[in-house]
Design a binder for this molecule. Structure first.
Ligand SMILES: [Zn+2]
Length: 152
């Protein structure tokens, strides 16, 4: 099994106490650094928009999923390893296998926004966070759940 990650994630690791570990893994060839096909980031964004995760995902999250898709398109068998539920949810939407080390990912969720004041609901999560009816900041609530299984 090969471990592959993006340059942006390695940069994050290098700025943490785990820096030495990242360098060690790289030097022993146990982890490889690769950039995703930039065309595929659009597909990731579209999938994350469908699930309602896009607004809370970082560029690093999108790069990681784009890398997984890049390898899958190239014919590799890929498992996305992340403890970030938005990343795992989007991986499921893309049909990518995933591994959640903390086993918190139990359901794939399609999110919607709901206004806690007047109850107005928006099926599509847009950049607008305020309720168009009363102006209260809306919250993210699950519209649909589907049980999913993490790889072992
Ligand atoms: Zn409202």
């Amino acid at each position: 099994m090969k471990l592959i990650t993006t340059p942006t994630i390695l940069d994050e690791l290098r700025n943490r106490p785990s820096k030495q570990r990242a360098d060690m893994l790289l030097s022993t060839g146990r982890i490889l650094e690769e950039s995703p096909d930039s065309h595929l980031t659009t597909q990731i964004e579209e999938a994350a928009r469908r699930t309602g995760d896009l607004n809370i995902m970082s560029d690093t999250d999108i790069q990681l999923l784009a890398l997984a898709l890049t390898r899958e398109v190239a014919g590799d068998t890929v498992v996305v390893v992340s403890s970030d539920l938005a990343v795992l949810n989007t991986a499921e939407e893309l049909g990518l296998a995933f591994l959640d080390p903390h086993k918190r990912m139990k359901n794939k969720i399609i999110w919607m926004r709901k206004c806690p004041a007047c109850g107005h609901a928006e099926r599509k999560i847009s950049q607008v966070e305020e309720c168009p009816i009363c102006g209260t900041v809306m919250i993210r609530v699950p519209a649909k759940r589907k049980p999913v299984h993490s790889s072992e």
